[in-house]
Design a protein around this ligand. Sequence first.
Ligand code: F3S
Length: 644
Amino acid sequence: MPQSMNLTQKILAAHLVEGSLEPGSEIAIKPDQVLTQDATGTMVYLQFETTGLNRIKVDLGVSYIDHNLLQVGYENADDHRYLASVAAKFGVHLSRAGNGICHQIHLERFVRPGGFLLGSDSHTPTAGGAGMLGIGAGGLDVAVALAGAPYFLRMPRVVRVELRGRLRPWVAAKDVILELLRRLTVKGGVGCIFEYTGPGVATLSVYERATICNMGAELGATSSLFPSDERTREFFQSVGREEDWQPLEADVGADYDEEIVINLDELEPLIAQPHSPDNVVKVNEIAGMPVQQVVIGSCTNSSLEDMAIAAEILKGKVIPPHVSLVIAPGTRRILRMMIANGILDTLIESGARILEVGCGPCNGIGQSPASGSVSVRTVNRNYRGRSGTEDALVYIASPAVAAATALRGRITDPRELGDMPELKISKIYPVDDNLIVTPPPEGEKVEIVRGPNIKPVPQTDPLPDKLELTVMLKAGDNVSTDDIIPGGARLLSLRSNIPAMAEYTFSRLDSGFVGRVKEHNRPWMVVGGENFGQGSSREHAVLAPLYLGLKVVVAKSFARIYRQNLINYGVLPLILAEPEDYACISLGAVFTLERLRNKLLEEKSLVLEDKSKGLKIPVVHDLSQREVELILSGGLLRYVGSNN
Ligand code: F3S
């Protein structure tokens, strides 16, 4: 270990189970806490069930219901009821629908400086605002963490972001992270943890720091971290948890892999244009563009300060008739503080529509904009179609920019409004945990409740020594997870129902695919080109074809997360040794793989043999020893079970 450690190294060293803190080397770290949300959580707990454990083996697990709150059919309600029952059975705290967004609640109720939180949501790094390392991961990695296994990752590079000076009036924490996105792009943080230091840190509240850490995910960063200081202590005091606070900072003279400086007093209000969070310009460069919708909320910007600045801007005024202003408070506590401080009344008077506490419009669950319209939102992502409207133009900005824009009906730099008002709000408000259900001390008598939308996860078997595989699909380059399983609101409600979801497998590429595979009813394989499985981290893009009998994918190359998901579920990713052999493989061909176990363990190359044609196709694998054993065991869950 280095003598002087940065904050990231200190936290990782305290949780290290295997490996060394050399950038790029594989490390295993053990989480103190695990967070799930309902959109990914149902699958996490279905997977946890298959371990056969009676209780979780992590200090704290919290299951949040904040995403799929619309109950226009039985599916989401089924999921919520299932989540409540598994939480009680396995010893997980449950944050019920209506309590608020996972990251905001977790920050106020559970985060501890110096701890490590693993979450099945990409914005888990929000916890870094209060000095806790938060990392987002795939559902299966989170399920095995609940079962007591460490989380494996390559040691990230640690980037020091030195903040100097102080934000000027009307410039917000959102502008700090938009500035980083402007400079570094959405790929600029891949493989990195951003650690914030410097005199500017003390000028930011924990909620402002949380906004910055939250959107570090859009940089592609593994996580983001602030030190735990006097401002952090004030925050813990305000949420009634002063005893959970401890000071924490990097050692003097600690080394970093890279350094960035941001002069806070040089920043101006910024805005990300469609359709990427890094498409950032100054607000005044596009000021004047008419807008039809403004949304203030999400896990990035729904704190009391965020709502208060919006109310100050809109006080005593009414929004124009062509604008829909939507307010989604982050938590129940924030909603109650908004009531206590008169903020809610001001916003309602101005013409705002008040939504249920939760994620809401952020990922297209309600309030989708009109076709082709402009929506300015305080959210973190503006990818095409995420709002639920394919051709909507979504811009991302701070609450001050959003409220000024709602007031004028066009994109507005809030500096046009004159002096920034001083926010006179009472931040101390009693926390009530009425919607957090503590699990009973024992769960044996708790029955798991499954409605018709809750189906078991497909079981994977240990890989047999000999496989006979039919090529059921031959695809081209850049097949995306959306090509494998389409997104959209309908399929979102089937996240806990793999058999129903599997009906859509490869439907974008071949409408008759599922019928052919069902009729075939034997193990099969897919052949692809370059970058197979690009796109989102959605593990359903492996689970659905797995349910239909997929055993092997042969491609010229794989997208990183899809490859990991295949391995986690015991599906073998093989790479064509000679890319030109792609042309020799035809749909319907039957290939044999023999002495598979020995070959995978001892060699990097194998041969796919079509005995009917005397055709031999050389393939290779790039699996580590641990990954080979994981696939041979039948996937991560079985592997962890057999090693526990
Ligand atoms: Fe929810 Fe959007 Fe955040 S879906 S967790 S508010 S990114």
